[in-house]
Design a protein around this ligand. Structure first.
Ligand code: SF4
Length: 426
């Protein structure tokens, strides 16, 4: 594909927020395929939060402070040039603070005379920020980037707790990610060839990780479903490396993937069209077409993992929402709270031994689900489900985790005894 001209990103470096490093790198590669000089925003650390603290009021949620602080790091670099910089910041009109990220950043820039910096928040109403010409390819490649990085992460978490040589699963994951990004960033490839190339790389990755020498059999550890606020779930700095800590405490993690949010937003678009009497409308036809195309891409990318993911099938989003119905009905309680409640039930049915919900302190989603989990737990054999709050302040997470893991082990033992009793009765 030829490099595009006269769009707002021409001649600029576009910084992608580092939600998960894998997904952010893959998304940057999707932009690179359009000729955009995209790269992932800097790693988060104490400086990130210190910078954000200087300009925020304390009302902002942790993800907003992390994203802002990392963009501020870019602006503090000696070679920062506002006329050559853009920040990627998707937006939403929803009730949570996510919709405030971009306006807040714009105000920050305005107050400092840095209006030349582009805050790139593409929506259909602004012709996708001047990128309308390539939006089809960007959305297609971007979704493939999300699915491919979800697959790599899922495999990493399935194998890493059992690896014989410390670091070997991470190495295979990182090399697989490099190769996937290489394909995604190649704008000369037609979309069909891109998909074939991605599948070939994923097959090679699968074979390498499945060959990893293990020190204990896979599946011998308690399986912890991880749900929660999407940024925090994937940003290991913000969640104090919770996945590693669960692994260090003897567990294995199955994290709700990134694509789940894409399917949820698709589901919501169609629901709103139906409820506004547009069941048969061009908008609905376009929404259904997009869903079918993305579904086909996802199916193709997942096909080589049919066997490996036999006991890691993602619950379709409409079933997740059905599961949440008795607790937080999707028509009344929007967003992550309903997804996380439903996903907890889905993890119970999928054979997990417990669920950890990762939530920013003061986020409404976590506050609501925390109140709901005891009821879900009571309705599902005392399935352990608990929330872990984060606010950027190092806390003694290990003690809390150890208590949670004790509950999980007790539940697992109880399930084994029940299984054995059923077998004996047969
Ligand atoms: S869901 Fe909560 S933490 Fe995430 S952006 Fe919204 S308010 Fe912030």
């Amino acid at each position: 594909m030829k490099k595009q001209n006269n769009h707002p990103l021409e001649g600029r470096k576009l910084y992608i927020p580092r939600m998960s490093t894998g997904a952010a790198r893959a998304m940057a590669a999707a932009f690179q395929a359009l000729g955009v000089d995209a790269q992932v925003s800097p790693e988060s650390d104490a400086e990130t939060l210190a910078l954000a603290a200087g300009v925020t009021t304390g009302e902002e949620c942790l993800p907003q402070r992390v994203v802002l602080g990392n963009f501020m790091k870019v602006m503090q670099a000696p070679d920062f040039d506002p006329s050559k910089t853009a920040f990627f910041l998707p937006t939403s009109a929803g009730p949570c603070r996510f919709g405030q990220y971009a306006p807040f950043l714009r105000k920050y820039l305005r107050d400092r005379g840095l209006e030349e910096v582009v805050v790139f928040s593409p929506t259909s109403s602004d012709q996708y920020g001047g990128m309308a010409e390539h939006v089809g390819r960007l959305m297609r490649t971007g979704f493939r980037a999300i699915v491919a990085s979800d697959i790599l992460r899922k495999c990493l978490y399935m194998f890493r707790p059992y690896e014989k040589i410390p670091g070997s699963a991470d190495r295979i994951h990182d090399e697989g990610l490099d190769r996937i990004c290489g394909i995604l960033s190649d704008g000369s490839q037609p979309l069909k060839e891109q998909l074939i190339g991605l599948v070939q790389e994923l097959v090679m990755f699968r074979d390498r990780i499945a060959d990893l020498p293990l020190r204990e059999p896979r599946g011998s550890r308690p399986l912890i479903g991880v749900v929660g606020e999407i940024f925090l779930r994937f940003n290991s700095y913000s969640n104090q490396q919770i996945v590693r800590r669960i692994e260090n405490a003897g567990g294995e993690v199955w994290i709700a993937d990134f694509a789940e949010w894409v399917w949820y937003t698709r589901h919501e678009v169609e629901r709103k069209l139906r409820e506004s009497g547009k069941r048969f409308s061009p908008g609905m036809a376009a929404a259904k077409y997009r869903r079918r195309v993305q579904h086909a891409d996802e199916k193709t990318l997942l096909a080589p993992f049919r066997d490996l993911f036999r006991d890691r099938q993602e619950c379709p989003v409409d079933r997740v929402l059905k599961y949440s119905e008795p607790y937080l009905p999707a028509q009344k309680a929007l967003g992550e709270m309903t997804l996380n409640a439903g996903k907890t039930v889905a993890y119970y049915h999928a054979g997990c031994d417990g669920v950890a919900d990762i939530s920013p302190f003061t986020c409404m989603n976590g506050i609501v689900t925390e109140a709901i989990y005891p009821v879900i737990s009571r309705d599902h054999d005392d399935f352990p489900a608990r929330i872990f709050y984060f606010d950027g302040v190092p806390a003694d997470l290990d003690t809390d985790l150890e208590i949670f893991m004790e509950l999980v082990r007790g539940y697992r033992q109880k399930c084994k005894i029940k299984e054995q009793r059923i077998k004996n009765e047969e």
